[in-house]
Design a protein around this ligand. Structure first.
Ligand SMILES: C[S@@+](CC[C@H](N)C(=O)[O-])C[C@H]1O[C@@H](n2cnc3c(N)ncnc32)[C@H](O)[C@@H]1O
Length: 409
């Protein structure tokens, strides 16, 4: 997977791929940063002359575009603005990654692991084939229930340690250990960064929030090899500054604000069955209704901020419960049923337009996700590493499937 030695050609191609993604992200940064808010079209939509095209879309066409992604159809739509088609094409090019060969979940232990998690673990193990001979220990950051940690200990014949901040998960992980090679430590990964050595192989499967960046930085500081598949970049305190730099400056200053990071966790196009799709739409309407209810109670929040501190699953339950919970968390008096009813009515109207405005922005979700991965790889190359970035498994296994691999050259 990784070239055996640094070739100027491999480095040049990787740098050019990153440059292209940087240019693409820079050109649509205003779209990434401004979510639809209310019924009015976003500024980027007006500025690019896309409003009338989106407004005129039939409801059933919007449903198809939400399901498949705007990029899948826009080239064939007669009225589509040329600039929108051009963005779709460039995003397609910038986000096309090589795909790893499929791995069978057959050899991965079944206990408490879903079939999809087992496929992820098997694919991850295969990814490490070129890295393992250089390591004597695996350090799995954010090891969760430890499926990857235990499998790597067994497959690679190395000592494997899982670092996990959630004590309950680490306990479950430990209870499933059946060899002397694996152990789990309850810790914030950054507190143990100094314990990483050049003989370690640092891994993370669905390393969320700041963890993926910390893994890459910790590995570089110790000159250790690293392999990461990240998820949920928005689970962090502020925005995300690039790790890589251009002549000492952060890469094109593509710092992404916190509100834009959640976009990287959205999937553009959805292969789920229609009933799940309808549930998603209902959840979205409930979140808009919650934002409107907060506004009516004199507590305005930016789009996406309404669910802060609340489990996303609550958006699938009754709206009155969701609004009551959000009000209690913000110290507001209980909402009246009339307020909740009116917020829902307004939300349904808003959603009809908002779902149109969201189509171009959702088309950029994969770009944000891939760009962050390419930034990590660029940082590794700038630190003297050989790198590889690829799709590790299909989106049906998990849409968070971009792997970044690095080994000191
Ligand atoms: C999405 S889960 C993935 C778990 C596991 N790697 C898997 O693939 O099943 C992310 C895990 O990372 C843990 N985590 C997140 N940030 C962490 C940090 N800074 N230090 C230690 N653990 C962390 C979370 O508690 C959670 O268990």
């Amino acid at each position: 997977m990784l070239p055996r030695r640094t070739t100027d050609d491999a480095r040049t191609i990787a740098d050019a791929t990153f440059e292209r993604a940087c240019a693409c992200l820079a050109s649509v940064r205003d779209i990434v940063e401004e979510r639809a808010n209310g019924q009015a079209p976003p500024r980027w939509c007006e500025a690019r002359g896309w409003t009338e095209f989106l407004r005129a879309l039939r409801d059933d066409a919007v449903t198809v575009l939400e399901r498949d992604g705007l990029g899948a159809h826009v080239e064939l739509m007669a009225d589509a603005p040329a600039s929108l088609v051009a963005v779709a094409r460039e995003v397609g090019r910038a986000t096309t990654l090589p795909r790893a060969t499929d791995a069978s979940a057959h050899g991965v232990a079944k206990r408490r692991a879903s079939p999809r998690k087992r496929t992820q673990v098997a694919s991850f193990a295969r990814l490490l084939e070129g890295l393992a001979p250089h390591a004597s220990r695996v350090v799995d950051l954010g090891s969760g229930h430890g499926h990857l940690t235990r499998h790597l200990a067994q497959e690679l014949g190395l000592v494997a340690e899982g670092w996990e901040r959630d004590a309950a998960r680490a306990r479950v992980a430990s209870s499933l250990v059946s060899d002397g090679n694996t152990r789990f430590v309850v810790a914030e990964a950054r507190d143990l960064q100094g314990a990483i050595t050049s003989a370690d192989l640092v891994v993370g499967l669905h390393a969320c929030g700041e963890l993926a960046d910390e893994a890459v930085e910790g590995a570089v500081a110790a000159r250790a090899s690293v392999a990461i598949v990240a998820c949920c970049p928005q689970k962090r305190a502020g925005g995300r500054a690039p790790l890589s730099s251009t002549n000492g400056a952060p890469a094109r200053d593509l710092t992404l604000p916190h509100a834009a990071l959640g976009l990287a966790n959205v999937r553009d196009g959805d292969t789920r069955v229609e009933t799940h799709w309808a549930d998603c739409v209902d959840s979205r309407v409930r979140r808009i209704a919650l934002r409107r209810a907060l506004l009516a109670a004199g507590h305005p929040v930016a789009p996406g901020e309404e669910m802060r501190g609340i489990n996303r699953r609550r958006a699938s339950g009754p709206l009155l419960d969701l609004v009551t919970r959000a009000f209690v968390m913000r110290g507001l008096p209980d909402p009246s049923p009339a307020l909740v009813f009116e917020s829902e009515r307004e939300a349904r109207e808003e959603h009809q337009l908002a779902r149109r405005w969201e189509l171009p922005r959702t088309m950029l979700a994969r770009l944000v996700e891939v760009w962050i991965a390419l930034d990590r790889a660029a940082f590794l190359r700038q630190s003297g590493y050989l790198t590889d970035v690829r799709e590790l498994f299909g989106a049906e296994v998990s849409p968070r499937n971009v792997a970044v691999v690095g080994r000191p050259a």
